[in-house]
Ligand binder design. Structure first.
Ligand SMILES: Cc1cc2nc3c(=O)[nH]c(=O)nc-3n(C[C@H](O)[C@H](O)[C@H](O)COP(=O)(O)OP(=O)(O)OC[C@H]3O[C@@H](n4cnc5c(N)ncnc54)[C@H](O)[C@@H]3O)c2cc1C
Length: 481
């Protein structure tokens, strides 16, 4: 015990494992109480997992199976999103969705979804005729027979929600550490002892209540304490992103009729005004493998080919990516106090509609943690996130990213503060740099320079994202980087 105390880095009331949208919102929810709350995130930035690569839709909530947590929390989360995004100072774009039937037999599915959605309390649902569809979506395929119209859906920037929530939690006294991979957990005298690997070595933390919000590896985290009674399988989905020149191709979030595999391939505008097409669905062995493979991309292309009456303008393609769904063997979100490990709270198997449900999931986890620990409210909790900015003398309106119109000063702002960007990818998540048509071809050297200046590190040490992703190896022959 004496040696443990000596190596213990910090003692907290609650440790949250994982800084995706769920862990981030849990941290923020718990920062309302007089509790010492600490978040440990494996990545060099928050939103390093599923939250970074998904469709970014705040689903209306009509399609989860009846009686599931998904059904309850999607509708609740959807209603919480507008004010949440306003408080966190992050974009929220209301955008109706259409689930289209391309054959008469699919109309039955639409009727079922309509009835189900009404029962769940989804507002404004209606069935559109072909004529009404074409008024809203002139490029829709003429084979469309009817569509379920859901005006309460929206698009957001999921990683900005997570980053904003962590930042707001920290402004209310919580702590969040990046580059901390939890590798072992033991229980000693009613405390959890959490061992963490960093690039510098090991650290040990202790807490009374442990929350797992670890995405695709939630079952592996559980296994550190006890054999999990569920399994998380990785299901990868690929996307294409078309540049802003393709904007106007569609005006809504377009879904086909859902199948046993899920919601199907979507065509939707993303919040920067580009068009996203995806995802497919394939089970993979390595749950962290976000490589894009030809067959997956081909599946997306094939599925989307029949949605519209005009060809998809693939000439505007700027990138492809994939995300991995943490699909639970239970078929539903697992949000609970673990039945045999007192003080262990899980938010596991948070696949779609996990983003839309995230604020409601966090609320449920908050209740479970309070059941374990109690907790007096912190009277001066401020739900409004104050955005950090660089020092006034560092204001600089020089345009760095022409695609997303980002200045050098805005990049400095993105790096500012304890939760600011520390990598090129981190700058991208906060500002949109390198996400446009040039994909960093023009702006990358400038971003590396600003990171180097602001973080006071040589350019060779600037990382793209994770450990070892250095972009530069040394000076060129002319002595320039
Ligand atoms: C293709 C696809 C499309 C989707 N589309 C939508 C959609 O449109 N709408 C919607 O509502 N939902 C959607 N989802 C689901 C949604 O993205 C997820 O439900 C949500 O992002 C899950 O967030 P999370 O915080 O639980 O997980 P994550 O974001 O994965 O967060 C877990 C975090 O834990 C960290 N971590 C892992 N291991 C450790 C460790 N050992 N120590 C410390 N930290 C660790 C990870 O780095 C990660 O940052 C989609 C998902 C996919 C894959």
């Amino acid at each position: 015990m004496a040696s443990l105390r000596a190596s213990l880095k910090k003692e907290a009331d609650v440790i949250v494992i994982g800084g995706g949208v769920v862990g981030a919102l849990v941290l923020r929810a718990l920062s309302k109480y007089r509790l010492r709350v600490l978040l440990l995130e494996k990545g060099n930035d928050f939103a390093s997992g599923v939250t970074r690569a998904n469709s970014a839709v705040i689903h209306a909530g009509f399609d989860p199976k009846p009686g599931t947590k998904k059904a309850k929390l999607n509708v609740l989360g959807n209603a919480m999103f507008p004010s949440l995004c306003a408080q966190l100072n992050v974009p929220y774009i209301p955008l109706a969705s259409l689930v289209t039937a391309y054959a008469e037999q699919e109309e039955e599915t639409l009727a079922l979804l309509l009835a189900q959605g009404k029962e769940y309390g989804v507002p404004g649902l209606s069935i559109l005729s072909r004529k009404e569809i074409l008024e809203k979506e002139p490029n829709m395929a003429r084979t469309a027979v009817a569509a379920l119209y859901a005006p309460s859906s929206a698009i957001v920037s999921p990683w900005e929600v997570a980053i904003g929530a962590v930042e707001n939690a920290c402004q209310n006294g919580a702590e969040a550490l990046r580059g901390r991979t939890v590798t072992a957990i033991t229980r000693e005298n009613d405390r959890f002892i959490v061992t963490v690997q960093t690039t510098e070595g090991q650290e040990v933390y202790a807490c009374r209540c442990l929350v797992s919000a670890a995405g695709v590896v939630a079952d592996d985290i559980c296994r550190m304490l006890t054999e999990p009674d569920y399994k998380i399988t990785g299901r990868r989905g690929h996307y294409f992103v078309l540049d802003k020149q393709a904007a106007g191709l569609i005006n809504h979030i377009l879904f086909p009729c859902p199948s046993a595999k899920g919601k199907g391939v979507l065509i939707l505008p993303e919040y920067h005004g580009r068009i996203m097409i995806g995802p497919d669905s394939e089970s993979i062995d390595d749950k962290t493998d976000t490589a894009t493979v030809e067959e997956g991309l081909a599946r997306v292309k094939e599925a989307a080919a029949s949605y519209l009456s005009v060809p998809i303008p693939w000439r505007y393609l700027i990138r492809t990516f994939s995300g991995v769904r943490p699909t639970p063997s239970t078929g539903d979100f697992i949000i609970r106090k673990h039945p045999s490990v007192p003080g262990f709270v899980e938010a596991a198997g948070i696949e779609s509609p996990g983003l839309a449900s995230a604020p409601a999931i966090a609320q449920e986890v908050e209740r479970l943690v309070l059941d374990v620990l109690g907790g007096a409210a912190q009277k001066d909790f401020d739900p409004v996130r104050q955005k950090y900015t660089a020092k006034p003398e560092k204001k600089d309106n020089t345009l760095v990213c022409r695609c997303s119109q980002v200045t050098r000063g805005q990049i400095r702002d993105a790096i500012a503060g304890p939760c600011g960007a520390r990598t090129v990818k981190g700058v991208k998540l906060r500002t949109g740099t390198t996400a446009g048509a040039c994909q960093g071809g023009f702006c990358l050297p400038d971003i590396v320079s600003v990171l180097s200046e602001e973080l006071h590190i040589p350019k060779e040490q600037v990382l793209y994202d994770g450990p070892g992703s250095n972009l530069l190896t040394g000076p060129t022959r002319r002595g320039e980087h």
